[in-house]
Write a protein that binds this ligand. Structure first.
Ligand code: SAM
Ligand code: SF4
Length: 458
């Protein structure tokens, strides 16, 4: 819709969007922000000046859900002070339990499911029309509820990107794996790959606008194309993306160990723009637990993949996800996880205590692990992983790396920060003028979360 055809937008309230969860949710928020902007709305980073507040939710663990409901409680108070405030919720939590959401937060003006989020501008228009009617006639306005399943997401929607040189690009939505603990297949539906031409067009446009790096997104990118007629798999797709002029770096996430093919490893090694980093969630080092998680691989298979990856790409950085305290996890199983972590030597790990989620298979499993035990295991795991990471990072001191400068450092206004191809954060002295550039940086000091450097010599 053109700006001048949009009556409501002339006096449109400012919109504040808060995103919870993974990059997929961030990508959806970028689409919603882009659609709003092109419909004449203004976005704001300040909820206090917003006329519309939208929470784009995730639901991978109960803790996140509690956080969202508690934020909604605060927003309810704000709405009591400012009744014209429009409050909305969208994303995974809404898709999973729309009735529960409306029961607990009846003051919400709208809810949108994971297949409906892009309808935000028309929903806001409906609501604003109703709000206006209410103020003239005293009518009660209707709440808008749009929660459908597996509705196709249109192509070519505008996006308001958060970052200037690095962009997320979705290559597929949904997941067919049904790992026993996971909500994603229930809230995001079955796998649907985007057509290759649409993905390439989006990345070409990004490259023309000066973007240097893309991260291709999917819950399991290794199944890209399996359900489509195009006969292009993920390794082929990487080959096409690699040819796009102007682009310097390609990343992707997430890779499922059961579907990581030799072909993909070869492509990663062969293609210049594909960065030497792979996020390969292992979840557990115990075969018994992996089987209960329905992950479809063994610890030996995972270790073999690590071996192949390191043979093909010696400098590759590997990161992972690990869940502790899964039902039935004995101390011995946990020891297997610690041992795997030690043997592989990960460059980073997202670590979680198992959270039982209603409707998932694992929530029915017996032998629940007490929270205290899970918490202790989590702390032991984090301690081990930090020690490994620090040692690995210390071994990088004195080496030079190509860094893409992403912005001014959060730690100091006189320093910038960026990432190596291996996805390590490096902070070094520099100013605004080098943001977006690639520069060689020598590592001078190592920490767990970031490296300190100085402009290098290679
Ligand atoms: N598709 C990715 C994969 O297969 O590894 C992961 C997607 S999930 C959104 C991100 C991570 O959240 C998972 O890798 C897992 O470690 C964690 N996670 C998912 N469900 C969980 C649960 N019920 N309890 C604890 N952690 C969970
Ligand atoms: Fe969830 Fe497993 Fe799918 Fe990842 S692969 S999104 S963990 S079901």
């Amino acid at each position: 819709m053109k700006k001048e055809e949009h009556n409501y937008s002339k006096n449109s309230p400012k919109v504040f969007i808060r995103t919870y969860g993974c990059q997929m949710n961030e990508y959806d928020s970028e689409i919603m922000a882009g659609l709003l902007k092109s419909s004449g709305y203004h976005l704001t980073d300040n909820p206090a000046e917003a006329g519309v507040i939208l929470l784009n939710t995730c639901y991978v663990r109960e803790k996140v859900k509690h956080k969202i409901y508690s934020r909604l409680g605060e927003l309810k108070k704000l709405k009591e002070e400012k009744p014209e405030l429009i409050l909305g919720l969208c994303g995974c939590l809404v898709q999973k339990e729309p009735e529960e959401v409306l029961r607990r937060a009846p003051y919400l003006d709208f809810i949108l499911g994971t297949s409906n989020f892009y309808q935000l501008p028309e929903v806001l228009e409906d609501i604003s029309g109703n709000h206006n009617r209410e103020s003239q006639s005293g009518d009660k306005y209707a709440r808008v509820v749009r929660v459908e399943e597996d509705r196709a997401i249109p192509e070519g929607m505008p996006k308001l990107r958060k970052r200037r040189f690095s962009a997320f690009v979705s290559v597929m939505r949904g997941c067919n794996n049904f790992c026993s603990y996971c909500n994603v297949p229930y809230v995001r539906g079955r796998e649907v790959s985007r057509p290759r031409k649409d993905i390439l067009r989006e990345i070409e446009e990004l490259a023309q606008k000066g973007y240097k790096e893309v991260t291709l997104l999917g819950q399991n990118v290794n199944s890209y194309g399996k359900e489509s007629r195009e006969k292009v798999d993920f390794a082929d797709l990487l080959g096409f993306v690699d040819q796009i002029e102007g682009l310097r770096r390609i990343r992707f996430t997430t890779s499922h160990p059961k579907d990581l093919s030799d072909k993909l490893i070869e492509k990663m090694a062969e293609l210049d723009k594909v960065c030497e980093h792979l996020h390969l969630p292992v979840q557990s080092g115990s075969n018994k637990i992996l089987s209960r998680m329905k992950r479809g691989y063994t610890r030996e298979h995972y270790q073999n993949l690590v071996h192949k990856l390191r043979q093909a790409i010696p400098q590759i950085a590997l990161t992972t996800d690990i869940i502790v305290g899964f039902p039935g996890e004995k101390e011995k199983d946990f020891q297997d996880t610690l041992e795997l972590v030690e043997t592989v030597g990960f460059d980073g790990a997202f670590t979680f205590c198992y959270s039982p989620l209603k409707g998932t298979e694992a929530a029915q499993l017996e032998e629940r692990i007490p929270e205290e035990t899970s918490g202790q295991r989590l702390r032991r795991l984090i301690e081990l992983q930090q020690a490994i990471l620090l040692k690995k990072n210390e071994s990088l001191v004195g080496e030079n790396f190509e860094v893409m400068v992403e912005g001014i450092s959060k730690k100091s206004p006189h320093a910038v920060e960026g990432r190596t191809r291996g996805n390590k954060i490096v902070i070094f002295r520099g100013g605004k003028n080098i943001i977006g550039q690639f520069t060689s940086v020598e590592v001078v000091e190592a920490g767990c979360w970031a490296l300190k450097g100085k402009i290098g010599s290679c």
